[in-house]
Design a protein around this ligand. Structure first.
Ligand code: FES
Length: 576
């Protein structure tokens, strides 16, 4: 009989390769699923970490996608084992899916570490699922590959293409301005979400999937291939083959996830006009895996890069056109020597080799470096007496005329205060007012919701105003737009100066100088109470209590402080 050499050091063999009672227990119960004896012969055991859920509609096809991954794993001589983890439906979870990103990351980390697997396929898509998975995987550091949900097909409404999220915000403002009927607004619902998959604008999900590709953690075109086409299934199949090879070659996540690959990803993200949420996720992932990365890096690394992906919300097209035009490899090709071409990818090629074979089929959708949609791109990092630890903004989604602005603050103490007053006909507001929202940071809300792109006062919308400067410690959806300054750190509830701002204070914002300040005399400022911190009542039980006690600020990733770093993959003690 052919004697197969068993790689004893392989992690799964610590369970499945054992003799006696322990090996019996590990194998016997697995055989209840119809697995033959010889699948425990030392072949790579691949966990398929699935965030499928019908309450996460963007990921609701991932059970099917998992079957394609399994094909590739079996075919390459591995044993695929799918397991569920917490799923976070961005459009469903209250108070915000972001509150639970760190919980998902813990679930992923412990599920990977606790089980006898040698490598893992991360199946995710909807905004917080893929970042949470990658954070968890980074704290274990086994071989890993990202397989994304892929975007929905383009939205359609009365013959026009419409974009997820972006057109919700636009239509909603049109209804409030009296320019669109409520009937038409409601009729657009089904047309916007035409298939399963993630938002088909360059929202948070597609931004992160694209960044995973630029990091070298996913196969080329994974970031943009639509969720329901054969190419998505083929990519899943090929990813199954790939993860087996990564296990055999013993290349863990940290082999690809490095400071250099992070820099590449940040530059690609700028050219994509990617979501501000990516910033917070990459900071958290870097801290998990031990990469030095700070908020100002997002600004400094992207100076001079314009918006190359002409995709909503900053551009005109949708993800289908972006994919057809060449996707992330096309953008990387346009960036040329701004990227470190020597970075390796899970595909077995360097970034440079991916760029060499990339094609750009439509230069209106993926612009050359010298002809961007707008030269104002990337993530700009502001500092000043309103945000000593930083705040960010997305210039490609802002109104150029508002990038330098001085105006009186109109302060809302919390989201309830904002909702109660924003449409009050007696609200004292002008187009020059600066809308300030407090109490929406990680600790305060809790979970830092996507409310920073506050809808404008109805009375100004009716007069044709479509943008104003807005400031908060909240996040905003990757599909949103406007002159929005967000992630103000420290947040108001944690003692940040935002908590002391009052209506009528003069705010100075100068995007070119990267400054955000409030003009109040030092004496007056010292006397003032931080109203947010004074009113804050934290939760007393459950996950929310743990979260509020330990969550860090947005400028360093909003992770839980005890999750920073890695515990590796080893577990010494047996379960029985
Ligand atoms: Fe799931 Fe946009 S709501 S990706």
């Amino acid at each position: 009989m052919h004697e197969k050499k068993i790689p004893e050091h392989r992690r799964s063999q610590l369970s499945f390769g054992r003799k006696g009672k322990d090996g019996f227990i590990h194998r016997s119960w697995m055989k209840a699923q119809g697995l033959p004896d010889d699948v425990f012969d030392g072949r790579p055991v691949i966990g398929i970490c699935n965030t499928w859920s019908e309450l996460t509609p963007c990921n609701s096809h991932l059970r099917e996608i998992a079957e394609y991954v399994k094909r590739g794993v079996w075919e390459s001589g591995g044993l695929p084992l799918e397991f569920p983890v917490t799923s976070l439906g961005e459009t469903q979870m209250r108070p915000t899916a972001m509150l639970f990103r760190n919980l998902l990351s813990m679930d992923v980390e412990e599920s990977i570490r606790g089980n006898p697997i040698d490598g893992v396929v991360l199946l995710g898509g909807c905004d917080k699922t893929s970042p949470g998975q990658l954070m968890g995987a980074a704290s274990v550091d086994l071989p890993a590959i990202v397989v994304s949900s892929g975007p929905m097909l383009n939205g359609k409404f009365r013959g026009q293409a419409i974009g997820s999220g972006t057109d919700v915000w636009r239509f909603s403002e049109e209804v409030r301005a009296g320019k669109m009927s409520l009937e038409d607004f409601e009729a657009a619902e089904a047309g916007m979400s035409r298939s399963r998959g993630v938002c088909m604008t360059m929202g948070s999900a597609s931004s992160f999937a694209s960044v995973a590709e630029a990091l070298g953690l996913a196969l080329p075109m994974n970031g943009s291939a639509p969720g329901v086409v054969a190419e998505r299934q083929r990519l899943a199949h090929l990813s199954g083959r790939t993860i087996v090879r990564l296990v055999v070659e013993e290349k863990p996540l940290s082999h690809f996830l490095t400071r250099r690959s992070m820099e590449n990803a940040i530059r690609v993200h700028a050219a994509l006009g990617g979501s501000t949420n990516t910033v917070i996720h990459l900071l958290a992932i870097a801290r998990r895996i031990g990469i030095e990365l700070a908020l100002p890096d997002f600004d400094q690394l992207t100076r001079g890069i314009g918006l190359l992906a002409n995709v909503q919300p900053s551009g005109a097209h949708l993800m289908e056109e972006f994919h057809d035009a060449g996707g992330v490899p096309g953008v990387m090709k346009q960036l040329g020597n701004l990227l470190d071409t020597s970075c390796e990818t899970v595909a077995g090629q360097t970034i440079g080799q991916v760029m060499e074979t990339a094609e750009i089929y439509d230069e209106d959708v993926i612009r050359p470096l010298n002809d961007p949609v707008t030269p104002l791109a990337g993530t700009w990092v502001l500092t000043g007496n309103l945000c000593p630890d930083g705040a960010i903004m997305k210039p490609s989604a802002a109104t150029p005329e508002l990038l330098r602005h001085t105006g009186p603050a109109l302060v809302f103490e919390n989201i309830e205060d904002y909702k109660a007053r924003i449409d009050d006909p007696d609200l004292e507001v002008t187009p020059d007012s600066v809308l300030v929202l407090k109490g929406c940071g990680p600790k305060g809300y809790p979970g830092m919701p996507e409310v920073a792109n506050m809808a404008l006062p109805k009375k100004l919308l009716e007069k044709g105003v479509r943008d104003m400067v807005r400031i908060s410690d909240a996040r905003m959806s990757g599909t949103a737009y406007g002159t929005v300054i967000l992630h103000v750190s420290p947040e108001s509830v944690a003692g940040g100066p935002l908590g002391k701002v009052r209506t009528g204070d003069i705010v100075n914002f100068d995007a070119a100088e990267r400054t955000l300040n409030v003009n109040v005399s030092p004496d007056e400022w010292r006397r003032r109470e931080n109203t947010s911190a004074a009113d804050f009542t934290p939760a007393t039980r459950g996950y929310q209590s743990l979260y509020q006690k330990t969550v860090e600020q947005a400028n360093i990733g909003a992770d839980l402080e005890f999750l920073r770093g890695s515990s590796g993959s080893g577990v010494d003690r047996e379960s029985h």
